[in-house]
Ligand binder design. Structure first.
Ligand code: UD1
Length: 417
């Protein structure tokens, strides 16, 4: 089991290059199943989640090859429609193959994606959408079978603007017969990235990035080449890290517009930011002001940045309030931060954080991916050397994290024991 050791107290300094977005590349990989031939995804990060998604596609008959940031996927030969249970249960995003596989092969049978540490995470919105498009869905013994010799365009209203459901339905609708309208669709930048790839493949999509997406189904799509957008959550994590250590960092390869909810909160906390088009310069401040944060679907404050900000606010001058509205159980990191002397009280979906003078090093766990980033931030603020366990969660979503951290001054060691 690998662990990370971090000696606190170092100010971060220098430049960091942000990788392609994990949450974009996973649906992009799934989308290649809609075509026959070789698609290429440039600036793809190499992460354990990307490896897992590639293995799902390999199992279905696709060939994948990763070289120097380009992921090539040959989907000429798709021989299966049953993604392997052990991979689907491991990574919820593998459920994104359901829409494209159903559209291409007419049948999919897969495990129910497991609930995870941050909540139940049902898939009802995906399934209702497929049913509206004419699929017959059977659920039993932990498996879902969806059948549709042909999918038909439909008007679909999502009760919640689910990112995954919007993506799955956009992919299925691209090859359905007729016109699909997805209402109350998610607005996340990753939706626009997927729409851009699908359009490059020949799909007819209008309105991605607004809450009404219109798709005119086509009879076939062609392989395409596409560059993934930069990872706004990785960028946000490094910005918080600079703020937490009173450091100075230039965060390169970002789309600043995607980071507005994050940069607005950092400015409110008192740090100095110079926001360019594709890079952000941050200068930390010794005294951080407390914040009120409420997570919301995009363009609201991202739930994927909640844990990192909670770590930062443990040493702000005063009481902060963090409200989580997207997931029902996303405060696991609060318990770990308390082990480091943080003063946090949880009441339902609200956390009250009273800033303390300093955090104390401890052994803490990366309870999920973003909680792992929060532990790295807290460890850098703490007095002494902290040990972070369960770092496989961090490896799911941060490319070359330890190398990037070391380069900007984090005193970090990885132990593989
Ligand atoms: C995606 C991101 C994840 C991020 C989340 C919210 C990927 C690979 N993951 O996850 O990092 O935290 O968006 O920004 O892109 N829900 C239902 N029924 C459904 C689907 C979702 O009730 O059928 C609920 C979920 O339980 C959750 C909320 O909707 O409470 C948001 O989920 P969703 O937007 O679907 O998130 P994901 O696509 O799973």
């Amino acid at each position: 089991m690998k662990k990370i050791l971090i000696e606190g107290g170092a100010r971060l300094f220098g430049e960091v290059h942000i990788s392609g977005a994990k949450n974009s590349v996973l649906p992009l990989i799934a989308a290649t199943l809609l075509t026959e031939g070789v698609s290429a995804i440039d600036e793809s990060p190499w992460l354990s989640d990307v490896d897992c998604m590639c293995r799902v596609l390999n199992h279905l008959g696709a060939a994948t090859h990763f070289e120097r940031g380009t992921l090539s996927i040959d989907t000429t030969r798709i021989v299966g429609c049953e993604p392997p249970g052990e991979l689907v249960r491991k990574m919820r995003a593998s459920f994104l193959v359901m829409g494209p596989l159903l559209a291409r092969t007419g049948r999919v049978c897969m495990s129910l994606p497991g609930g995870c540490a941050i909540g139940a995470r049902p898939i009802d919105l995906h399934l209702k959408g497929f049913e509206a498009m004419g699929a017959k869905i059977d659920i039993g013994h932990g498996f879902i079978e969806a059948k549709a010799p042909r999918l038909f365009g439909s008007r679909i209203y999502l009760d919640f603007p689910s990112v995954g459901a919007t993506e799955n339905l956009m992919m299925a609708a691209s090859l359905a017969e007729g016109h699909t309208v997805i209402e109350n669709a998610a607005l996340e930048p990753e939706i626009i990235d997927l729409s851009n790839l699908l359009s490059a493949m020949g799909a007819k999509i209008k309105g991605a990035g607004t809450n009404t997406i219109r798709i005119e189904g086509v009879s076939s799509l062609s392989p395409a080449r596409h560059t993934v957008i930069p990872d706004r959550i990785e960028a946000g994590s490094f910005l918080v890290m600079a703020a937490a250590t009173g450091g100075e960092l230039i965060v390169n390869n970002v789309i600043s517009e995607h980071l507005q909810p994050v940069t607005a909160k950092l400015q409110e906390s008192g740090v100095f930011l110079e926001v360019g088009y594709d890079s952000i310069h941050i200068l930390g401040n010794e005294e951080l002001r407390p914040l009120d944060i409420k997570t919301l679907p995009y363009p609201g404050f991202p739930t994927d940045m909640q844990a990192q900000f909670m770590a930062l606010l443990t040493v702000a001058r005063g009481c902060s309030v963090v409200t989580e509205t997207v997931f029902e159980n996303r405060f696991m990191h609060a318990g770990e931060l308390q082990k480091m002397n943080a003063d946090i009280r949880i009441d339902g979906n609200t956390a009250r954080i009273n800033g303390v003078s300093h955090l104390q090093a401890a052994t803490v766990a990366a309870t999920d991916l973003r909680a792992g980033a929060a532990m790295v931030i807290a460890a850098q603020m703490a007095r002494g050397t902290s040990v972070i366990t369960e770092i496989q969660h961090i490896e799911r979503g941060y490319e070359n994290f330890c190398q990037k951290l070391e380069k900007i001054g984090t005193r970090i060691k990885v132990l593989d024991i």
